[in-house]
Design a binder for this molecule. Structure first.
Ligand code: ARG
Length: 470
């Protein structure tokens, strides 16, 4: 491409054209075209602010505004139809819009950039874009949470082994297990909401670094653009990308959560576990082994977690060590951001489908129990009868040892053996070896008992009903 764009934007100081490859190297248009809508939105509001400050007259404002609106339509059509020309000499979306506006409406278009720099412009675009993107991700998390709550409600009375160290630990209600996922996603939403608060400040008017040379009413401009507030320091406003880092960081934690859900479900779908049957719509076969049904959806989500972590590392590294304020390095912020948003959205959509359609094999879940999971219940039983817990723990441990050595489950240990271990171990112990009763002994708030689980689910449903903003 020619250096035409560069010539027109800052040609005054230059007598030479940029190196041809440098033009390609410096261009971000292919990536930041994603900001087109917010860029034009920002420019329309900027025109109104310039009028308010007495810099543009009524006629100019009309021409500029209508021109930007037309351009928005035209560019959208070009992009849809694939006729849009990515002219790299125009570097980025901001210069492309400005240049196309001048082509469209003539010289008055050259007044658009009055008192503005691409430094405050790009920061404004990114923040505006992020406000919408965060809301959209929050809505996708809500859908996944809803799918989890629906499944949890259907499985209030089913039992699954809970694991620690991937060893059977204690019986829990399957609904309780699934609800663990709801809560971690709830915190992901809270993190995003918190990030959104800090993103919701408008940098426009900060100029290149020192603030615009024109008396713009920034509060009014912020209101027009839908920001709640304005940034308070022009150097900081053009310098930082912490809102991008926070979004990718919150997304990384979200991906870590999704990845752990995936890991559980992948294990649960194996023949060895057999706890879950993934819907065929989210599985694939093998090109060689006809019997295979692979959990590709879950493996991909788990795999894409690495990509989001990578994006976080990329942006942190770009920002580290940058002298104040703007440096062109920061142009590298967009790929990690857009890639993260796209990846997270895709993963949430897939996970929601997976959870909606997965079938839990509850009979199998009960069948695999090793009844030594009741050892804690035996210890608690003795403790309730006055034996100090450490002693009860030891007695229960000895019973487990006996049962392993004799190849007999705990519940079939003969009475005389029990009595030898403790006089208190009597016929009432039968209640111990009942999964549901075991869970209901944990009916305190946050426990796996039926009453607590029902309460937990009711609370979750209330959160979802209120649009989640609790
Ligand atoms: N494309 C640039 C970016 O994304 C816009 C800001 C350019 N500013 C400048 N002073 N060269 O960072």
């Amino acid at each position: 491409m020619s250096g035409k764009g560069n010539k027109s934007m800052w040609g005054g100081r230059f007598s030479d054209k940029p190196d041809e490859f440098m033009v390609e190297f410096g261009a971000s248009l292919d990536v930041d075209i994603e900001l087109l809508d917010v860029d034009i939105q920002g420019s329309i509001a900027w025109v109104a602010a310039l009028e308010q400050a007495g810099i543009l007259n009524d006629e100019e404002v009309k021409i500029l505004t209508a021109g930007l609106e037309d351009l928005s339509e035209t560019l959208k059509i070009e992009l849809e139809e694939g006729t849009f020309i990515f002219d790299h000499s125009l570097e980025d979306v901001h210069m492309t819009v400005e240049s196309r506006l001048i082509d469209h409406i003539g010289d008055v278009g050259a007044k658009l950039h009055t008192g503005r720099s691409r430094n405050d412009q790009v920061a404004t675009d990114e923040r505006l874009y992020l406000l919408g993107a965060i809301d959209s991700i929050k809505a996708y998390i809500r859908k996944l949470q809803q799918a989890i709550v629906n499944q949890a409600e259907q499985h209030i009375d089913d039992i699954v082994p809970a694991y620690t160290h991937l060893q059977q630990a204690q019986p829990v209600r399957l609904g309780h297990y699934l609800m663990a996922w709801f809560h971690m996603l709830q915190r992901d939403i809270e993190r995003l909401k918190d990030t959104r608060k800090r993103t919701d400040k408008m940098p426009l008017g900060s100029g290149a670094v020192a603030g615009s040379g024109f008396a713009i009413d920034r509060k009014l401009l912020a209101q027009k653009l839908g920001f709640s507030d304005i940034t308070e320091n022009s150097i900081d406003a053009t310098s930082d990308r912490d809102y991008i880092i926070e979004t990718i960081s919150a997304s990384s934690i979200l991906m870590m959560h999704l990845s752990r859900m995936c890991e559980d479900l992948i294990i649960w779908s194996s023949a060895e576990f057999g706890f879950a049957e993934l819907s065929e719509r989210y599985s694939t076969g093998s090109s060689m082994m006809p019997q295979k049904k692979n959990p590709d959806s879950l493996e991909l989500v788990r795999g894409k977690t690495g990509r989001v972590y990578g994006n976080l590392m990329a942006i942190l590294t770009v920002m580290k060590g940058l002298p104040f304020s703007y440096g062109k390095d920061m142009q590298e912020d967009k790929e990690p951001l857009f890639d993260t948003l796209k990846t997270v959205t895709g993963c949430l959509r897939v996970m929601t489908g997976v959870i909606e359609e997965i079938v839990f094999k509850t009979e199998r879940m009960e069948a695999v129990f090793d009844d030594s999971v009741f050892a804690t219940d035996i210890a608690d039983f003795l403790t309730k009868k006055g034996i100090p817990f450490r002693k009860s723990h030891e007695i229960a441990g000895k019973l487990v040892k006996w049962s392993k050595e004799h190849g007999k489950p705990l519940k079939h240990i003969p009475t005389e053996v029990l009595k030898k271990h403790s006089e208190l171990l009597n016929e009432h112990m039968v209640n111990i070896f009942d999964f549901k009763k075991s869970t209901d002994r944990r009916s305190l708030a946050g426990g796996t008992g039926k009453a607590s689980l029902q309460e937990q689910i009711e609370h979750a449903k209330k959160i979802l009903l209120q649009g989640g903003d609790v």
